[in-house]
Design a protein around this ligand. Structure first.
Ligand SMILES: Nc1nc2[nH]cnc2c(=O)[nH]1
Length: 441
């Protein structure tokens, strides 16, 4: 086993890999509770209950999808990178697709499944490299940073910190509500833990916030901590049953967004974490095909279980910081997600003030790629900035991507650099113009 995972070449051992896997798990464990809350629109009080996805089933789907993706990434691609349902696309799934567009969650899950099929096919063919090379790095970084801003904005709203303002659209609340104060406390604690580099800072931040919420009577004390695994049948296989529902123009835009975002997110995250671990060869990712294939199949498997897009997690960098170098640490993380299946009673403790700090801080992590953009080049700064600012302001990842891809060829041509723009980007320019003219509601 040591040989398979190349412990000697990578200068690692079982102890380091187990600690790294545990560190990554603790850094990601919040998703077990935040994902069911987000996908079921827990923060939206007036949404009809019969239209909500079942929280218990999503909890199981989240754990199984994370276990599948992480174990396979460890065993097949042999990277210390764990997977779980992503926070960018679960917000898009819940707030844009289900809430704003009025698409049933069943159809949305079918859309996730199809985006996984597209991703799988591309991972198996050479088209993958062509797309990766065609997309300018500035736009890749801008997409992930913009998703970060979007997630933080959702967190600030869920916390009741940023509220509706008729004069200025949004503004700061009076910060007097008990739940808002609890969220601010949670944010403060999480920031302290993260700055102090405590392993699993986001997770422990949630635990402390929930306990303080119980002490102040804002959160009900759970009857038990360990319990039976919830029933997954409300969501299992629904993505397949509802495949016939996806044939609409609206769903075309949704599926493309699921696919494009995950494709950028996965390639960006794999490169960033592998680079941090010193695993790149000549600036390229060895076994990139296998790693992307794992990510792509995890999207399909996750959708069949009942969750939005499963993706490679940027939090894996915590495990790498703790010394993780081989796929063994990802396997450890995956096994811990399986054990977590028994902790579903804790779901009832997870309310908006508990999840909001996690959303806000994950936003900070994802926004860090802003630093990779060359702001001195105005022709790339404009499309990059428009992409990242449009995501929170339009409340849509898709719109942010579309705006960036429309402006990029324009500013590049104006600068006399039209030849540097890959032909595929001119095709995407037309696709996104059509998106604004025909697809958007
Ligand atoms: N790369 C990445 N990391 C995450 N960590 C939490 N959510 C996400 C996500 O959507 N993408």
């Amino acid at each position: 086993m040591k040989k398979y995972f190349q412990f000697d070449e990578l200068g690692t051992n079982y102890r380091t890999e187990i600690i790294a896997g545990l560190t990554t798990f603790l850094s990601m464990a919040y998703i077990l509770f935040v994902n069911p809350f987000t996908l079921s629109l827990g923060a939206v009080k007036d949404f009809p209950d019969e239209l909500r996805i079942d929280q218990g089933a999503v909890f199981v789907a989240t754990a199984l999808a994370a276990a599948y993706g992480s174990i396979l990434m460890g065993v097949l691609a042999r990277y210390p990178i764990a997977l779980a349902p992503g926070m960018g696309l679960n917000a898009f799934f819940a707030f844009t697709v289900v809430l704003h567009m009025g698409i049933p969650w069943q159809t949305a899950l079918a859309g996730v499944f199809v985006s996984g099929i597209i991703f799988t096919i591309l991972s198996l063919t050479g088209i993958r490299e062509k797309i990766i090379d065609a997309i300018p790095v500035e736009l890749k970084y801008a997409v992930s940073a913009g998703i970060g801003l979007f997630i933080t904005f959702i967190g600030l709203q869920n916390a009741g910190i940023i509220v509706n303002n008729d004069a200025t659209l949004v503004g700061l609340s009076d910060l007097k509500d008990g739940n808002t104060l609890l969220a601010i406390f949670g944010l403060f604690i999480t920031v302290v833990l993260m700055v102090k580099k405590v392993n699993g800072g986001v997770f422990y931040g949630m635990v402390i916030t929930a306990v303080v919420g119980m002490i102040f009577g804002l959160i009900k004390v759970p009857h038990q901590i360990v319990g039976a695994i919830p029933d997954i049948s409300p969501t299992f296989g629904v993505a397949i049953e509802h495949l016939p529902d996806i044939f609409s123009w609206k769903m075309l835009g949704v599926v493309l967004t699921f696919f494009i975002v995950d494709f950028f997110d996965a390639t960006g995250t794999l490169l960033a974490v592998a680079n941090q671990a010193g695993l790149l060869k000549n600036n390229k990712l060895p076994r990139a095909g296998k790693a992307l294939l794992v990510d792509a199949t995890a999207v399909m498997v996750g959708a069949v279980f009942g969750t939005s897009t499963t993706t490679s997690y940027i939090e894996s960098s915590a495990g790498v910081a703790a010394g993780g170098r081989s796929g063994f640490s990802a396997v450890v993380t995956g096994i811990l997600f399986l054990l977590a299946l028994f902790f579903s009673p804790l779901l009832s403790v997870i309310t908006a003030p508990v999840t909001a700090p996690a959303l806000i801080i994950v936003g900070v992590l994802m926004a860090s790629s802003i630093g990779e953009i060359d702001w001195k080049k105005f022709e790339v700064a404009v499309p990059a900035f428009f992409t990242l600012i449009t995501m929170p302001l339009s409340y849509s990842i898709a719109t942010g991507i579309a705006v960036g891809f429309i402006f990029y060829p324009i500013t590049m041509i104006l600068k006399g650099r039209g030849k540097d723009v890959h032909p595929l980007l001119y095709v995407l320019f037309l696709v996104f113009i059509c998106y604004f003219v025909f697809l958007r509601e």
